[in-house]
Design a protein around this ligand. Structure first.
Ligand code: NAP
Length: 315
């Protein structure tokens, strides 16, 4: 079977997203001569483009900047013939093949196979200082950035499993960790709560939200507001970890593909197959557990191999 772009403007394989999952899928499928079309989406390069140094991506003895790592992924994908397409998909019709993607500027892509690697986006508090100090003390990933807060005071915002897991993890580095939660009860599992309550480095501020993150060039403190009394207090902190959940970028597909209750795509065990033959999912869009660049890249590779076998089978 001809593996390259099919006749009549129908792509063999289209990949949505250019984070570690999408670009790894592109590298593998381009090397398999599928000439993939990779749609860049709203945040080219994905979540790593908003982190600073990456120290845990295997193969780099020295830290690498997140945006530089993604540029290298992209160049590698280009070298084997990946074609990049700038734009956002507004509608997807997966009811029959070729699948049809309609871009928000009216362009259309028809494709025999589709890899969805649109990622997940961290939810943010939504105050301007949070955006201004992003990567300068504000982070949404303790695993990525915790190491930079050795012997410093940090705040974790949220009351779910992620917040308490990140708070516990951060105690390995930080001098103190203060969990700020908007209610007086956590929604995290009991085991996670017990572990956090027992940790002498973790303090708790209840019924409070972050009103402002303060600091000129980097975070120096946070202003907290008690939601019951409206009282304000300032707390010294060099780091603010926002852990109020992630949102998988699956809005386009929720009525066509099987998703869990929070919207993550469900894949068949041990593969990247979704419930629609020819549609594959890779990376954070289908993973709320690991959420690492290296695991996303791993599932991107799996998706490319699954798509290649699917196209070869001529199903
Ligand atoms: P989550 O369970 O949705 O919790 C989000 C937390 O952030 C809640 O406590 C919520 O407060 C708070 N929050 C939401 N929006 C906020 C805002 N605008 N301002 C201040 N606080 C806000 O999210 P998650 O902790 O990321 O967990 C997601 C899923 O992954 C869950 O099913 C969780 O069990 C799972 N998970 C499991 C593990 C594990 O088992 N090791 C680890 C991490 C995550 P309220 O409580 O008031 O709503």
């Amino acid at each position: 079977m001809e593996k390259t772009e099919s006749a009549g403007g129908v792509e063999s394989l289209t990949i949505l997203g250019t984070g570690p999952a999408g670009l790894t899928a592109a590298i593998y499928s381009a090397r398999a001569n599928l000439k993939p079309l990779c749609v860049e989406g709203v945040q080219p390069g994905g979540q790593l483009t908003i982190t600073s140094e990456v120290e845990n991506y295997p193969g780099f003895a020295e830290p690498v900047m997140g945006p530089d790592l993604m540029t290298a992924f992209r160049k590698q994908a280009e070298r084997f013939g990946t074609r990049f397409f700038q734009g956002n998909v507004a509608q997807a019709d997966l009811s029959k093949r070729p699948f049809r993607l309609l871009m928000d500027d009216g362009r259309e892509i028809l494709t025999q196979a589709l890899i969805i690697s649109t990622g997940a986006s961290a939810k943010w508090i939504g105050i301007p200082s949070e955006q201004r100090l992003m990567g300068k003390g504000v982070s949404a990933c303790a695993t990525c950035d915790g190491f930079f807060f050795r012997n410093l005071d940090v705040v974790v915002v949220g009351g779910g499993d992620t917040a308490l897991e990140e708070a516990t993890f951060l105690t390995r580095f930080a001098k103190s960790v203060t969990v700020v939660h908007r209610r007086d009860q956590f929604r995290a599992s009991k085991a996670m709560q017990d572990r956090a309550f027992k940790n002498p480095k973790i303090k708790f501020v209840w019924n409070s939200v972050v009103d402002e993150i303060l600091g000129e060039k980097a975070v120096t403190s946070v202003r907290l507001k008690n939601v019951l009394t409206q009282d304000l207090q300032e707390l010294k902190a060099e780091g603010v970890f926002v852990a109020i959940g992630h949102q998988p970028n699956t809005a386009l597909f929720r009525n066509q593909l099987n998703c869990d209750e929070t919207g993550y795509l469900i894949t068949q065990k041990g593969s990247t197959y979704t419930n629609i033959p020819g549609v594959f999912a890779a990376g954070d869009v289908a993973d709320h557990v690991y959420r690492q660049a290296v695991t996303a890249a791993g599932t991107g590779c799996m998706a490319a191999l699954d798509a290649e076998r699917f196209l070869e089978s001529g199903e």
